[in-house]
Write a protein that binds this ligand. Structure first.
Ligand code: HBI
Length: 356
């Protein structure tokens, strides 16, 4: 199969601005190549993703969808990198069997009927805007089976939930080392931005006095400064944004990962990264983590937005067997399992497009 992957237009791959979807893109791409398929990624200038071949496209980045309001009009900047990416795909589409779009943006959906080549759209977040819901809903009707999502809870945020193919996530587990004996520290991992609710994890560290290691892309500096002012004495440390090898080394040493999403986290790649290291996850019971964490066995699901719930769950961590966490990652989130799910989806779309 010859695949053309359209990346997220909000930042170059490797900068961390693309969040969890970068990891999904890398894992799917690596797995397709391992199985003998050929593929190329179209992404903003400066993108790097392992050894995967990338066509770098110049132009103005798109604004992140989660920073917009539900009724914010679609904005296309002058010399839009997204527009340029779509135009490149149009020009080369005859060389490919399928285009795999992971941009959470209006344009690739709107252009779907303008393309000869079939397009598989992977939606990487929950519903964020009326315009996106409308255009993706149109594709869901006109091109049945071409919308993929991470989880059922994420699909439920869209009017076209029943038309979504649930694909889940997956990791190259060989990159993650199981750690049997942790340090007392807790971890928080993700883009540092309001929708991730970091302040609650800091509040829990403040109450328990247990050190909290914060890892991830410093996306919203003002937000971070505000948390530091609110909790000046909390035992927290912003460790930085690292490639997987270093990140998992820091994460694996921790006693547990705290997940404090304010929004419907579509999946939570960080959850399966923690499990892969044997790190139990304490998460607000909202979004993707509710479909991953086995409550009481590989972590705890607590009532959303209640810091006391986090604190109470931290007190119960001794109940968790860290090996069970690693074993869940191996059973459900291996690269092979992920590759099977995506490949079956791609093949179904290609067959469907042949019939019409
Ligand atoms: N916003 N407009 C837009 N387009 C994207 O592809 C996008 C985004 N915000 C966040 C994002 N992608 C990824 O960080 C998440 O899908 C993981």
């Amino acid at each position: 199969m010859k695949l053309l992957l359209l990346s997220t237009p909000v930042g170059a791959l490797g900068t961390g601005l693309g969040g969890g979807v970068e990891l999904t893109l890398l894992n799917v791409a690596q797995e397709m190549i391992r199985r003998g398929h050929s593929l190329k990624i179209v992404a903003p200038q400066g993108s790097v993703l392992g050894e995967i071949p990338i066509v770098e496209i110049a132009g103005e980045l798109q604004t992140t969808a989660q920073s917009q309001g539900r009724s914010t009009p679609i904005v296309m900047p002058e010399n839009s990198v997204l527009g340029n990416m779509c135009d490149y795909a149009r020009q080369v589409q005859a060389d490919y069997d399928l285009i795999f779009n992971i941009a959470y943006d209006w344009l690739p959906f709107y252009l779907t009927p303008f393309f000869e080549c079939a397009i598989a759209h992977f939606i990487s977040m929950g519903s964020l805007s009326d315009a996106m819901d409308q255009i993706a809903g149109k594709v869901a009707v006109e091109f049945p089976g071409t919308i993929g999502v991470y989880t059922r809870t994420q699909a439920e945020t869209f009017p076209f939930a029943q038309q979504c193919r649930i694909l889940g996530g997956g990791l190259d587990l060989s990159l993650y080392d199981f750690v049997k004996e942790p340090s007392p520290a807790l971890a928080w991992l993700g883009r540092i931005a309001p929708e991730k609710g970091l302040e609650d994890a800091v509040a829990a560290a403040n109450i328990t006095g247990i050190p909290l290691k914060i890892l991830g892309k410093m996306q919203d500096e003002a937000y971070w400064q505000q948390i530091c002012q609110e909790y000046p004495d909390a035992p927290v440390e912003y460790v930085g944004f690292f490639p997987t090898a270093q990140m998992q080394q820091e994460l694996g040493k921790c006693r547990a990962l705290l997940m404090t999403p304010r929004w419907v986290e579509a999946f939570g790649n960080v959850v399966i990264e923690a499990l892969a290291c044997g790190v139990p996850v304490i998460s607000y019971s909202r979004g993707g983590p509710t479909e991953i964490i086995q409550d009481g066995k590989t972590g705890f699901l607590v009532e959303p937005d209640r810091v006391e719930g986090l604190v109470e769950a931290i007190g119960r961590l001794d109940q968790i067997d860290r090996l069970a966490c690693r074993q869940q990652a191996e059973a459900e989130y291996s690269l092979e399992a992920l590759g099977d799910r995506f490949l079956n989806w791609f093949q179904d779309i290609i067959e469907e497009s042949m019939n019409c």
